[in-house]
Design a protein around this ligand. Structure first.
Ligand code: HEM
Length: 390
């Protein structure tokens, strides 16, 4: 009689998982792995290739058309028109943060992310959110979605659909995705109703309730005015904006404040510069902001050491010859590990040292792509300020 012990069961189970992984992952991608062998660099786990599927859309033509439209409705002029509301909301954020003074632990990210969500809605979409409504918890929804995506990308076993589904993570992700979708639907619906009635009294109001602030040309208005886009395309863009703008900004600010806590002298220098160049009263102007040179260097250094977009990826729509006998084959996903590049001794001297002066105009020349806080090229960050952050 065949007697199977628990350890034999386990061995068979492991072997089965390995076989599924080999067929599902390695064998189907064997051409890519063979090409990747020629690429110099650290040993690559078969982990990162799937990142692309979660982070962007392979239909390049569609993206190009949308990007052109977004660029035209999200230029410097639109960004500058957001300054007054940003000043008001920054004041509110400071008050909220003051309430945590003296606390041993302050949930910085959670306080800040609420504001970045609200501001995105108020500026880019031109709608105000009621924080007590379900939609007000959107910051938590986005946070959970990004946490789950990161878990799927970085933990190799989660690449196997079977494990991801059986672990219940897919269901959890779907739940949050549906909640985000509901919000997006609601925003577009209310906005359309608002456009028709101009006086909607709803939880999400089409409004600018800070009476003295000029109504900004919201990005969503331009999208909706464009007859080339259907409703589902508009919703896709709203979705992308929510994910791209809110969590990144909240993480960047959280890291900045943590750095202020670690280096009070840096905080003091930033404070003095802001007081001197912008002052405590009145709205900051674009010219004021362009004078905050030290502050900008500190932000860049924060984004170098703690880039919210720690890894991006691209899809090779055709074979790409990148020199040195290396061809990236069509269909492959290419991972660009921003965090590793930003902390690499190959590109940065004493890479783990926090030193804003690396970004002084006369600092030693470095590789032009060694800093990718807002990515690079045609698909870079739309929220990147002017050219100064390149
Ligand atoms: C500190 C804050 C931010 C950081 C670090 C950041 C970083 C990035 C990075 C690295 C990408 C490139 C993704 C890629 O190359 O695949 C990106 C894309 C994007 N970002 Fe940002 N971002 C920030 C804030 C914002 C804000 C405030 C907005 C909107 C107002 C925004 C809108 C976008 C959009 C729409 C894209 C997609 C562009 C495209 O696919 O064409 N981001 N961001």
């Amino acid at each position: 009689m065949l007697f199977v012990t628990i350890s034999q069961y386990l061995a068979i189970a492991c072997l089965s998982v390995l076989c599924i992984w080999y067929i599902d992952h390695r064998w189907k991608r064997r051409k890519w792995y063979s090409c990747a062998k020629n690429v110099p660099g650290p040993y690559a786990l078969p982990v990162i290739g799937a990142a692309y599927h979660f982070l962007s859309d392979p239909s390049r033509a569609k993206w190009r058309r949308h990007r052109k439209l977004i660029n035209s409705s999200f230029g410097q002029k639109a960004l500058h028109s957001f300054l007054p509301i940003m000043a008001v909301r920054s004041g509110d954020l400071v008050k909220d943060l003051q309430n945590t003074v003296g606390d041993k632990i302050a949930p910085l990210y959670h306080i800040i992310s609420r504001y970045t969500v609200e501001l995105t809605f108020q500026t880019a979409f031109g709608v105000n959110m009621n924080l007590n409504s379900i939609e007000g918890k959107l910051d938590e929804v986005i946070d959970k979605m990004i946490e789950l995506l990161t878990e799927r990308i970085l933990k190799i076993w989660n690449h196997l659909d079977i494990i991801w589904y059986l672990s219940g993570k897919q269901k959890e992700f779907q739940y949050y995705q549906n909640r985000l979708r509901e919000v997006v639907n609601e925003v577009v619906k209310r906005k359309m109703e608002g456009e028709r009635s101009k006086d909607s009294e709803t939880e999400i109001e089409v409004a600018n309730d800070h009476e003295n602030l000029p109504r900004s040309a919201a990005f969503l208005d331009s999208l909706m005015a464009n007859t080339d886009l259907d409703e589902s395309e508009i919703k896709d863009e709203v979705n992308t904006f929510i994910i791209a703008a809110t969590d990144t900004t909240a993480k960047a600010l959280t890291s900045l404040f943590a750095i202020f806590g670690i280096y009070p002298d840096i905080q003091e220098k930033v404070y003095r510069e802001v007081i001197e160049k912008v002052g405590l009263v009145g709205d900051p102007t674009p010219e004021d902001l362009s004078q905050l040179e030290y502050t900008e260097r500190v932000i860049k250094e924060v984004l170098r050491l703690f880039p919210p977009g720690f890894m991006i990826s691209r899809y090779a729509s055709g074979d790409i010859d990148i020199g040195d006998n290396i061809t990236v084959p069509e269909g492959a996903s290419i991972a660009i590990p921003i965090l590793q590049i930003h902390r690499s001794g190959e590109y940065w001297e004493d890479p783990l040292k926090f030193d804003p002066d690396r970004f002084l105009p006369d600092a030693a020349k470095r590789h032009p792509l060694s800093y990718l806080g807002f990515s690079h090229g045609p698909r870079n960050c739309i929220g990147k300020h002017g050219n100064s952050y390149s």
